[in-house]
Design a protein around this ligand. Structure first.
Ligand SMILES: O=P([O-])(O)O[C@H]1O[C@H](COP(=O)(O)O)[C@@H](O)[C@H](O)[C@H]1O
Ligand SMILES: [Mg+2]
Length: 543
């Protein structure tokens, strides 16, 4: 306890933020050992997408001290004279964290370009390469709850950092002394709309979008920062401006109309779907709050709309991009927790295919010639024969490409659902689902993984487990990662892994059903099979 108190007092003495100082003083005064342990017994580490955590005082929270330390560590690892671009979303304190980072980096002798406004994550990822910078920082917690914030770090190749670079930066952060002793600079360049958003818009509107433009689109940025840039992207590319879910259009760090600002969460799409019914939309598009994810909804024949899964959109875009590129050494990639459909599509066209670990930082590094990468978590990076303009997932480039594809289908008298049926007939119905368990105590996840390893399930959802891969030992030449993969009887697969961005255990399910009579019979079978897998997994995991 006394050691924790000492660390807390040392933190308090250097914290420039009166709010977190008051919060920490209160904890110290109350002598709340559990709170101190939670905040000072651990520190935020680089996860799937940078640092991410709750706002509040202490090294295990996002706050000005954590951010200044991260920037100082990054500065040490890069060295004076290097150029860093900084972007930020509209969350609580994101702009403050961005300015603190700019001051620390500049104070350490680095050149800094700071976005003039809260723009989407893909604009920052684009900017790193467009400006030929050495690194980038995006202050965002993406789709996490309002109380969180985060720090995505990019290297000069425009992709988020992977090991061992993240470990090297962590070590450099650990070597930072007190932040109140850091030299602060105030000479940085402000990146205007013309300097960065316009070139980004030019790049995404040059993607292979086809030439059909007749489409009625409803859009929501889910209280995040995608709105303005997405609407401009649509009109720049020649589409009519989408109708917007007004109550969610302006950035709002409290995300007032949704429980979680994640298009995958139940209820998050309600407003946009109501609007889509009202205007008779052909397509509903949502971005997550930092606009790197893209969710897609379509009208269904019996009335109403349905959201497509990330894997459904991933398969459609995959075949579309293969059909709209021609370079001989093209490569497409997806993460191992995504559907196996992309691999089958690639094989059918004689295109190279790669599987990577979860996280877009891995997907964009799948290899040379990458024209398309996707993951089930609504993440897509779209390219052309010239490569990917954004080496991270891009919810805006993806939205445009889906719109281009849907408009082309519409011109031919078809819908995206028809395209899905076509793919099911050609490759088999690849149906996927996710089951995730949010926990208050991370040790529950550690225990669940340990139980699975010590007492491996023999069957899941009534299917025999044919083989188990412990991904922590490395599998298929991939770097080791905490996770378990089960291959099941009858072409089914389950992967279980702890999230690297939220306190969640995630299970990714896939069943492949051959289409023998018609797709609706196969779909009904898939729904049944996935739900028995889900209920069996819930029981097995006991979470
Ligand atoms: O949150 P975002 O939109 O930055 O997205 C980040 O986190 C997602 C969830 O990761 P995990 O399953 O480890 O929580 C990853 O799929 C994604 O590649 C990564 O960029
Ligand atoms: Mg995001």
């Amino acid at each position: 306890m006394s050691d924790l108190v000492r660390r807390a007092e040392e933190w308090l003495a250097q914290d420039p933020d009166p709010e977190t100082r008051a919060e920490l003083q209160e904890i110290l005064d109350s002598g709340d050992a559990a709170e101190l342990q939670d905040r000072f017994g651990a520190k935020l580490e680089f996860g799937t997408a940078g640092l991410r955590g709750e706002l509040g005082a202490g090294p295990n929270r996002m706050n000005r001290v954590t951010v200044m330390r991260a920037a100082a560590g990054l500065a040490r690892r890069l060295g004076a004279g290097k150029h860093v671009v900084i972007g930020y979303d509209a969350r609580h304190n994101s702009d403050v964290f961005a300015r603190d980072s700019a001051a620390v980096l500049n104070g350490a002798g680095l050149r800094v370009s700071l976005m003039a406004h809260h723009w989407p994550t893909p604009v920052l990822a684009f900017a790193v390469r467009h400006l030929d910078a050495d690194a980038g920082v995006m202050v965002t917690a993406s789709h996490n709850p309002p109380r969180d914030n985060g720090y995505k770090v990019y290297w000069g190749d425009g992709a988020q950092i992977v090991p061992p670079l993240d470990e090297e930066i962590s070590a450099a952060i650990d070597a930072v002394g007190r932040v109140d002793g850091l030299p602060l600079g105030d000479e940085w360049e402000t990146l205007s709309d013309a300097a960065i958003v316009e070139p980004y818009l030019a790049a995404v509107s040059a993607l292979p979008l086809g030439d059909a433009r007749d489409l009625r689109v409803v859009y929501t940025p889910m209280h995040g920062v995608g709105g303005e840039v997405l609407l401009r992207a649509f009109t720049t590319a020649g589409f009519e401006s989408p109708s917007v879910a007004e109550a969610q259009f302006e950035p709002d760090p409290d995300f007032p109309t949704v429980a979680f600002p994640n298009p995958e969460e139940p209820g998050a799409m309600d407003l946009a779907l109501q609007m889509a019914e009202k205007v008779g939309a052909d397509l509903v598009i949502a971005n997550d709050p930092d606009a790197d994810r893209c969710a897609v909804g379509v009208p269904i024949p019996d009335g109403g709309f349905r959201m497509l899964t990330g894997d459904e959109v991933g398969g459609l875009l995959g075949e579309y991009i293969i059909n709209h590129t021609s370079s001989p050494d093209r490569l497409v990639a997806a993460s191992i927790v995504s559907s196996s459909l992309l691999g089958k599509i690639a094989r059918a066209y004689g295109v190279r295919h790669a599987e990577t670990l979860t996280g877009f930082k891995w997907i964009v590094k799948a290899g040379d010639g990458l024209v398309y990468g996707y993951e089930e978590a609504l993440g897509y990076s779209i390219g052309s024969d010239q490569g990917l303009p954004v080496r991270d997932k891009d919810g805006i480039g993806a939205a445009l490409t889906v719109a281009g594809m849907a408009a082309q289908a519409k011109r031919e008298g078809r819908t995206l659902l028809d395209l899905l049926d076509y793919q099911a007939g050609k490759y088999g119905l690849h149906a996927t689902a996710q089951l995730s368990f949010r926990v208050a105590d991370l040790s529950l996840i550690v225990d669940a993984m340990e139980r699975l390893r010590s007492d491996p399930p023999r069957t899941l959802g009534g299917r025999t487990v044919l083989s188990t891969d412990d991904l922590s030992m490395g599998a298929d030449g991939l770097p080791p990662t905490d996770g378990l993969r089960y291959r099941l009887d009858g072409d089914a697969r389950v992967i279980i892994r702890p999230s690297g961005t939220e306190p969640k255990l995630k299970c990714y399910l896939e069943v492949v059903i051959p289409v023998t009579t018609d797709t609706s019979t196969a779909r009904a079978q898939a729904v049944h099979d996935l739900s028995s897998l889900k209920s069996d997994l819930s029981m097995t995991l006991g979470l």
